[in-house]
Design a protein around this ligand. Structure first.
Ligand SMILES: Nc1ncnc2c1ncn2[C@@H]1O[C@H](COP(=O)(O)OP(=O)(O)O)[C@@H](O)[C@H]1O
Ligand SMILES: O=c1ccn([C@@H]2O[C@H](COP(=O)(O)O)[C@@H](O)[C@H]2O)c(=O)[nH]1
Length: 311
């Protein structure tokens, strides 16, 4: 494994030398990590060495703050609110994101859900990359953090589905028992979702119903990232409102719905236009069926093999 060359940022495709930062919010077990995994897979990044990755993913859970001894006791009894903004060290998250945007290599701690704390000896080195995904329940809650994102996605999965996923996950992967999971859900997770997470949906540029099942949405996003990585498009500006005010709700079943408008860059419209023009640019032989829908295009041959673009 070799370190990236010192001039990496000068050659990684950005005139601005700034990684494209994507925030991925949504309720617990909505599929945020799974959506990020799918994006990484489709871009062929999942099995690359950390030093070679052009797209990386970070979890907001790595930025839970250190608990006091009494809070730690409450956490062990399932009586600590990990879904409240106060549970996070947002200043640390902000500082790390600023370092990432400045092209620095950063260390991101690993969170241990069994001990309810940051692992003292385990962290991940995040090397400069073209695209950085940050996923977490409250990534859009803190204004200074929110303003750093070039693109904001909200994974919108209904609460029954989320609870049905959270229960087995917390029991099998996070060392909880059923009673503890349900108590924590009713006392903290559900009310905090409604008070702090759900209201941040309005900040999203793209809302993804049903998470990773929504192949159209994932493909739209992957194509956008692909263009950023390979067409050397400079990252759009943030913190000036260019990405705000436009919402796209991508729904495979019912077509695409949009609401809101912006005088500036229309992130959602840009995604769709880009996808359509990509589609139209291909020769008839290369033309693929519409994203995520595996039917043939009338009058053109069946899809055969890879076109070199992500599918
Ligand atoms: N589309 C899906 N269909 C079935 N199970 C899913 C789907 N998306 C996620 N899961 C499962 O639900 C659980 C929570 O998903 P995850 O992506 O970790 O959610 P989050 O990151 O939002 O907490 C995991 O066990 C995951 O395997
Ligand atoms: O020590 C902890 C830390 C967090 N949680 C719960 O995790 C979720 C956030 O993670 P997701 O992967 O987005 O579900 C949050 O709802 C916390 O309740 C925990 O139980 N214990």
């Amino acid at each position: 494994m070799s370190e990236k060359p010192a001039d990496y940022l000068a050659t990684n495709g950005f005139e601005s030398k700034t990684p494209f930062l994507i925030g991925v919010a949504g309720g617990t077990a909505s599929g945020k990590s799974t959506v990020c995994q799918r994006i990484m897979e489709k871009l062929g990044q999942q099995h690359k060495e950390q030093t070679e990755r052009r797209v990386v993913c970070i979890s907001q859970d790595s930025f839970y703050r250190t608990l006091s001894p009494s809070e730690r006791l409450r956490a062990e009894r399932g009586q600590f609110n990990f879904d409240h903004p106060d549970a996070f060290d947002d200043k640390k998250l902000l500082a790390i994101l600023k370092d990432i945007l400045a092209g620095k290599k950063v260390e991101v701690p690993e969170y241990d859900y069994i001990t309810n704390s940051i692992s003292p000896h385990r962290s991940h080195t995040i090397y400069p990359a073209d695209v950085v995904l940050i996923e977490g329940i409250l990534v859009f809650y803190f204004p200074e953090v929110r303003e750093l994102f070039h693109m904001k996605l909200f994974v919108d999965t209904d609460s029954d589905t989320r609870l049905a996923r959270r229960v087995p996950r917390d029991i099998m992967e996070r060392g909880r028992d059923l009673e503890q999971v349900l108590n924590q859900y009713m006392n903290f997770v559900k009310p905090a979702f409604e008070e702090f997470c759900l209201p941040t949906k309005k900040f999203a540029d793209v809302i993804i119903p049903r998470g990773a099942d929504n192949l159209v949405a994932i493909d739209l996003i992957v194509h956008h990232i692909w263009d950023i990585m390979y067409k050397k498009r400079p990252a759009p500006k943030v913190a000036n409102g260019t990405c705000n005010g436009t919402h796209l709700e991508v729904d495979e079943g019912n077509g695409r719905r949009m609401s809101g408008s912006s005088e500036d860059t229309l992130m959602a419209i840009d995604l769709i236009v880009q996808h359509i023009s990509d589609y139209l640019r291909r020769s008839p032989v290369e033309k693929l069926p519409p994203l995520g829908i595996s039917t043939s295009v009338p009058g053109s041959p069946q899809r055969s093999g890879q076109s070199g673009r992500p599918h």
